[in-house]
Design a protein around this ligand. Structure first.
Ligand code: NDP
Length: 497
């Protein structure tokens, strides 16, 4: 059985989930598999831990989260080495990923009090005798379900936001990257040993399903759109709210006045970083006719220099190789041309950089998430056509525009949750910015202010400060007062704007 298992395929052996390297098949480590009872017990422990964690207040949590942030930064090489061993990711790419995760943790820790702390609202003439306050309280226990492609950055978004908002977290890492998940949880326990505020529950998809049904107060899911729908259906049974961070098919638009060398450099990185296994990876480029040839040549020159096995790691999930192959074959069969790579680029567990041109709009490589180091480049007449084609997708995660005079205007027209102008993927690195998509890319936000609010419940409080002038909220009113209420309403609202 072991002989036929593709390198990288995790498996369960005697109650342990075994993680293996996708390039070599070497074991990266093993962790105990949780069953439904273990998931329930973890959530139960998290309830008590969460109450204690919440009682620390914003300042107490900030101090501990910043110490965790420091520990992650100190041990970044160790974490990156583990990600390389388990997911096959080039070490420097894992360092960059870890750096983005640390930035978000830092921002969440420092800003939770400002964003979520109690605040007074402005007085209105109506009910002016009451003062309004808004405060954000933690949900209690957040369940975080993470994917394998960015095993540090993607779960740390909801984990950092959830913890900073005062919740305990039960985290189900992907079965392909359990060791990175375990490392993160254990490093947190070094800083916060008192209670299990952050726990991992390990295993296959059924463990994620058990977490959805475990009674957690909210689920933050990052993964494929198909699984996201299953998660939402499971959560619907108990009306458990969800954040869904799902797939994408992000487009880059290159306008006529763009810096083509810079656009090509950003396109190659945006498409090929992490071997293209990036939810916000650039999979399509739409380039206006006057600069099309120059852009294609520049992309081919730059992508052609990438070294497989060094710059481009293995495909982490063996089954994904079939999808990438199908997309390339389908594009070529429909009249597309490979100006770099192509059918021969797929050499499991690696896929060499592949640039496809003249691919029709209905090809899988243009419509479906490929998740490999491939890029389609399409010539368009102008920015309007580019926007129309970019938006003709059921996904709407990120996107990018290169240009000068109209770049920001074009960017605003993209149907997506995020967009970079004169850069690719840049929005994921800024602690201040919300992250999330529209359409089949999901909903809800992690990171930034929105990411903190996502993991807290807004509560409204009113405090009376004077007797009521108009007795609206009582049965004890006279006919004369009733008339005055009508008069006041008309005075306030009946005037035309
Ligand atoms: P999957 O959807 O296969 O898995 C995501 C997580 O869900 C895994 O931990 C998985 O566990 C778990 N899971 C599987 N089945 C269930 C279930 N029925 N109920 C609950 N949880 C379940 O995604 P991948 O791991 O393959 O990740 C790749 C996808 O993630 C891509 O589509 C990518 O675009 C997307 N992604 C989106 C991001 C975003 O922020 N928008 C960021 C990164 C990736 P197990 O692994 O054990 O099966």
């Amino acid at each position: 059985m072991t002989a036929t298992r593709a390198p990288g395929m995790p498996y369960v052996d005697d109650g342990m989930l075994v993680s293996t390297n996708p390039a070599t098949g070497a074991e990266a480590g093993r962790v105990p598999v949780a069953d439904e009872a273990a998931v329930a017990a973890a959530v139960e422990r998290a309830r008590t831990a969460g109450a204690w964690w919440a009682s620390l207040g914003f300042d107490g949590r900030r101090e501990r989260l910043l110490r965790w942030r420091a520990l992650l930064a100190e041990r970044i090489e160790q974490l990156a080495d583990l990600s390389h061993l388990e997911a096959g990711k080039p070490v420097i790419e894992a360092v960059v990923e870890g750096g983005a995760a640390i930035e978000h943790l830092d921002w969440a820790a420092r800003n939770a009090k400002r964003v979520l702390g109690p605040r007074r609202t402005r007085t209105r003439l109506v009910l002016a005798e009451h003062v309004g306050h808004v405060e954000h309280q933690p949900y209690g226990v957040i369940g975080v379900i993470g994917p394998w492609n960015y095993p540090i950055e993607t779960p740390l978004g909801p984990i950092g936001g959830g913890l900073a908002a005062g919740n305990a977290v039960v985290f189900k890492p992907s079965e392909y990257t359990p060791m990175v998940g375990q490392w993160l949880v254990e490093s947190f326990a070094e800083i916060v040993p008192e209670h299990p505020v952050l726990q991992a529950v390990q295993g296959l998809g059924d463990v994620g399903a058990a977490l959805c049904r475990s009674g957690v107060d909210k689920i933050a899911f990052t993964g494929s759109t198909a699984t996201g729908k299953k998660v939402m259906a499971a959560c619907a049974e108990t009306l458990t709210p969800v954040v869904i961070e799902a797939g994408g098919k992000d487009a880059l638009i290159v306008d006529a006045d763009a810096d083509i060398a810079a656009a090509a450099q950003a396109a190659v990185w945006g498409a090929m970083t992490n071997a293209g296994q990036t939810c916000i990876g650039i999979e399509r480029a739409y380039v206006v006719a006057p600069v099309y040839d120059e852009f294609v040549n520049a992309v081919v020159a730059k992508a052609g220099k990438l070294e497989v096995g060094v710059d481009i790691g293995p495909i982490t999930m063996p089954a994904q190789i079939d999808t990438i192959r199908r997309h390339i074959d389908d594009a070529l069969a429909r009249g597309g041309r490979a100006v770099l790579g192509g059918a021969g680029a797929v050499q499991p567990p690696f896929v060499a950089p592949t640039v496809l041109v003249d691919v029709p709009d209905d090809a899988a490589a243009v419509r479906e998430e490929t998740f490999g180091p491939t890029l389609t480049i399409t010539k368009v007449a102008d920015a309007d056509e580019a926007v129309a084609k970019a938006n003709a997708s059921r996904y709407g995660l990120g996107g990018a525009v290169f240009g000068k005079a109209n770049a920001v205007r074009i960017a605003r027209r993209l149907r997506s949750g995020m967009v970079s102008v004169n850069g690719t993927l840049s929005f994921v690195g800024l602690g201040t910015l919300p992250f999330g998509g529209v359409g089949e890319s999901g909903f809800g936000r992690i990171h930034g202010e929105e990411g903190l609010r996502e993991f807290s419940v807004a509560r409204a409080v009113t405090v009376r400060r004077a007797p009521s002038l108009l007795p609206t909220m009582t049965f004890e009113r006279t006919p004369a007062q009733a008339k005055r209420i009508v008069k006041a309403l008309k005075l306030l609202y009946a005037r035309k704007p």
